[in-house]
Design a protein around this ligand. Structure first.
Ligand SMILES: Nc1ncnc2c1ncn2[C@@H]1O[C@H](COP(=O)(O)OP(=O)(O)OP(=O)(O)O)[C@@H](O)[C@H]1O
Length: 500
């Protein structure tokens, strides 16, 4: 018998439309389309994420299910899973992302009705909303950073990101695609990690030990944990995740009908992780000589992954760790910590630190600022699969982070340095950074509701800047790159893509 044809549109799936009123498409990614919708039972705005890639859907659900108790992870209300259909996740709707915040800070486009005025005198930001920049925030008493984000705001954005990343790493989940566009922000300034389509769960005895031996860990979280509106409700709602089929890898194939599905799944899985590499990285790892094995005793959950190797082709290029660019296929949470360093640098300067145009260019930009990767810096670097294949001239006078982040304090630069270490074993953990002096001294971080977010209309006109924002066209590994710039237009029947 022919398999049931796949629904041509989310709009034709009655199991979804009977519960949600679909409004409009708010975003698209490499594997997904995201729609704003209203839950019919209570008119709650939600995001319906229709994922066209089976493995990506599986990863995202697994990771989100494990992380639903963290206030800095996007809430998954339920999901629709069916054979021969795209998986649809029902997520809380978050109108902005950190890229929007950075862009708004650069251009002075904060919404004066939705910012500090929630907790203070809203008149104070009127000038800013008209396009004001440096100097317009002086009345607020804090230091003004070049381009419009105050130190107190930067600190609270950092704390929220660190809490989210710490939650991932304590649960042995590596996000692998951290970038401003994947850090969603509510209208109240609550930041949540999203897009777990590339996330992987690792068995991490090292982390478990740290957790058990670290009495200050919970305390650190409670010290910094932002006051999240509705978090208790969200926690409860998170428990309502649907009774849909489990997505644990080992659980597929338990019914005869699943056999094909499982085999397809495993083949696809092995193609993605362990046997592929990207662009500059054309080799697979030699796990017998795994440079990181001693320092990162991680194993991949799911015994069917033959080599236990991870793919090096993860994360948007600008935020990708050097070991990944050199083809490492055995790594841990350190790759997220590198991405965090890039994000923090961008929060401080409002510009991307390493905007590489290719993997080689990416490495070159990193080394020109931080200096060469050598065995003195990281003794095991020469064991990276592609280390001997890609060589760079000796950089005698690297630019340094101080010169790359002009006007920033020593404490700020040191914080970034702790993450942007060429030696992954030296990178500070998210928890260590939550204790960092910089985040715990004056000027103290603002409260979450005092964070300024971009103008509301940006999110509600159906053409959010996050939809096809800066981080989509630049530094991605999408096959679309080969076709040059593209524009996406909504049409009556859906949308059209035009390459120029
Ligand atoms: N919970 C949400 N609320 C509002 N908008 C969202 C939500 N989740 C995703 N979006 C929008 O949809 C876009 C695509 O979502 P997402 O990044 O999760 O998809 P993806 O296919 O995994 O993307 P990528 O190509 O970056 O890996 C986002 O950039 C964002 O604009």
């Amino acid at each position: 018998m022919d398999p049931k044809p796949k629904s041509w549109s989310i709009h034709t799936r009655t199991e979804i439309t009977s519960k949600y009123k679909i409004l409009h498409r708010v975003g698209s990614g490499a594997y997904s389309d995201v729609y704003k919708a209203l839950r019919l039972s209570d008119s709650l705005p939600v995001a319906l994420k229709e994922i066209h890639d089976y493995q990506s859907a599986s990863r995202e659900i697994e990771a989100l299910k494990a992380l639903q108790n963290s206030p800095n992870i996007v809430v998954l209300f339920e999901y629709f899973w069916a054979e021969d259909e795209d998986t649809v996740l029902v997520l809380e709707f978050l109108p902005f992302d950190l890229a929007d915040v950075i862009r708004a800070a650069t251009k002075g486009l904060f919404d004066h009705q939705g910012d500090v005025s929630r907790g203070a005198d809203r008149g104070e930001f009127d000038d800013v909303s008209k396009g004001g920049k440096k100097g317009d925030f002086d009345d607020l008493g804090g230091d003004v950073s070049e381009g419009g984000l105050r130190i107190e705001e930067i600190k609270m954005w950092m704390i929220q990101i660190l809490c989210g990343v710490d939650a991932c790493h304590r649960n042995s989940i590596v996000h692998r695609d951290l970038k401003p566009g994947n850090l969603l922000v509510s209208a109240d300034g609550v930041l949540k990690l999203a897009d777990f389509g590339q996330a992987r769960t690792l068995l991490a005895p090292g982390l478990a030990a740290i957790e058990a031996d670290s009495p200050s860990m919970d305390q650190a979280i409670s010290n910094h944990q932002p006051d999240v509106p509705g978090s208790e409700k969200e926690g409860k709602e998170a428990q309502r995740i649907s009774e849909s089929p489990p997505h644990s890898r080992g659980e597929y194939g338990t019914r005869p009908d699943d056999r094909m599905l499982r085999e397809d799944f495993l083949d696809e899985y092995d193609n993605y992780d362990g046997n592929t590499s990207c662009l500059a990285t054309c080799t697979t790892s030699d796990l017998e000589e795994d440079p990181l094995k001693m320092s990162f005793p991680y194993e991949i959950e799911g015994q069917n992954d033959r080599n236990g190797a991870l793919t090096s082709c993860v994360g948007t290029r600008w935020f990708r760790a050097p070991e990944l660019l050199y083809g490492s296929t055995n790594y841990g949470p350190e790759v997220d910590l590198w991405s965090l360093g890039c994000i923090f640098a961008e929060l401080l300067s409002l510009e991307s630190l390493f905007p590489g145009t290719s993997d080689i260019d990416q490495l070159s930009r990193i080394f020109s600022i931080l200096g060469n990767l050598t065995e003195e810096v990281w003794p095991d670097c020469c064991k990276l699969p592609d280390f001997k294949l890609i060589s760079f001239g000796k950089i005698d006078n690297p630019i340094g982070l101080e010169a790359s982040l002009p006007g920033r304090s020593l404490d700020e630069i040191n914080l970034v340095k702790k993450l942007l270490s060429l030696n992954p074993t030296s990178r500070a953990t998210a928890m260590e950074l939550l204790h960092d002096k910089y985040l715990n001294e004056e000027p103290f971080p603002v409260q979450v509701p005092e964070l300024r977010v971009p103008s509301k209309h940006t999110a509600e006109d159906g053409d959010s800047s996050g939809e096809w924002g800066d981080y989509r066209d630049i530094g991605s590994d999408s096959d679309m790159d080969d076709f040059g710039p593209m524009s996406v237009t909504d049409t009556e029947n859906g949308f059209s893509i035009r390459f120029s």
